[in-house]
Write a protein that binds this ligand. Structure first.
Ligand SMILES: O=C(O)/C=C(\CC(=O)C(=O)O)C(=O)O
Length: 310
């Protein structure tokens, strides 16, 4: 049955709802594993979607996120503000507060935010801001405004999460490398995985990480990057094989600067909705040893989001 969008909202035409009844992963996550990239959507009746949004999703509540966390075997979540909520962080903050210290947040803020409001976000569990450069998702924000925000949040010990497409890295390079914080790249900067892993586009991304030790990467979203699959559906134990060489390269070269997340509820997928249990089974293909798995899923996210517990 199709999922609903509550309140005065209608889902974007063709919207794919998140997968109901995900399988039990075959891969057993290490104790204390963190799903370091996921979202909540609304519910729209309680937390309205932003007027400037580029899509209207089905609702995906904090209770549904926490149920998925428990089902898959994660201990914690990092909830990233989705663009459908603009700079209204209430749904994400509400989820962080309700998690009992088991969730941290990454917010979207404008330069008009006050220091008191930033402190309030911090108290709720926010530890970063997201700068989104994917043109289909957001309108342009001047870089000088973003740099001002980065300077302010640096004082709180937060980091900047950046989301961009691989073809835009050359143009954004100077801005990214001038950021004064830890910088976390979403989904490996969205490589075109039909190009060779040793080709010039991905080489530039690896160079970006190599030259800048403050840059981390999420090795997430194979379901978004894959061209030839196979899809994480129908019990497939080795999904998205075309993404594996890219993610594995990053994990093996930068084991202390990688994060992984489900990206539930998978906004804007057009082709299929993955079974999140099978998505977890992708992890040992990109992090083949227990040590790499522990760094990716526990040590690294804990250092970034719960340093006081490390
Ligand atoms: O969930 C993601 O990371 C990717 C997204 C959505 C997004 O970033 C957002 O709405 O904020 C995408 O590629 O459409």
């Amino acid at each position: 049955m199709s999922k609903t969008t509550s309140g005065d909202f209608t889902k974007t035409a063709g919207w794919l709802d998140w997968y109901t009844g995900p399988s039990q992963p075959r891969f057993q996550l290490p104790a204390g594993a963190v799903d370091a990239h996921c979202h909540v959507f609304g519910p729209g009746a309680e937390f309205p979607y932003a007027p400037e949004r580029k899509y209207t999703p089905c609702d995906a509540s904090k209770a549904e996120l926490f149920a998925l966390r428990d089902h898959l075997g994660f201990a914690r979540n990092v909830i990233v503000q989705a663009t459908c909520h603009g700079a209204d962080n209430r749904a994400m903050v509400d989820a962080c507060r309700a998690s009992g210290n088991q969730a941290r947040g990454v917010a979207t803020v404008r330069r008009s935010i006050t220091d008191a409001q930033l402190q309030e976000l911090h108290d709720a569990g926010v530890r970063g801001v997201r700068f989104n450069f994917v043109k289909r998702l957001v309108d342009f924000t001047p870089k000088e405004e973003l740099m001002e925000i980065a300077g302010r949040i640096a004082k709180l010990g937060w980091h900047v999460v950046i989301y961009f497409e691989a073809v835009d890295l050359p143009e954004l390079w100077d801005f990214f490398t001038a950021l004064p914080t830890t910088v976390v790249v979403d989904h490996m900067g969205r490589p075109d995985v039909s190009q060779p892993v040793d080709g010039p586009e991905f080489a530039l991304f690896l160079q970006f990480m190599r030259q800048h030790p403050n840059v981390w990467s999420k090795v997430s979203c194979p379901e978004r990057l894959s061209v030839t699959g196979p899809k994480a559906l129908d019990g497939e134990p080795a999904a998205y094989r075309d993404v594996v060489p890219f993610a594995r390269r990053v994990v093996e070269e930068f084991p202390d600067r990688v994060l992984w997340g489900t990206d539930w509820p998978h906004p804007n997928l057009k082709d299929h909705m993955p079974d999140d249990g099978l998505l977890v089974d992708f992890i040992p293909h990109i992090a083949p040893t227990p040590e790499l798995q522990r760094k990716l899923l526990v040590d690294n996210p804990m250092r970034l989001y719960w340093p006081e517990e490390v």
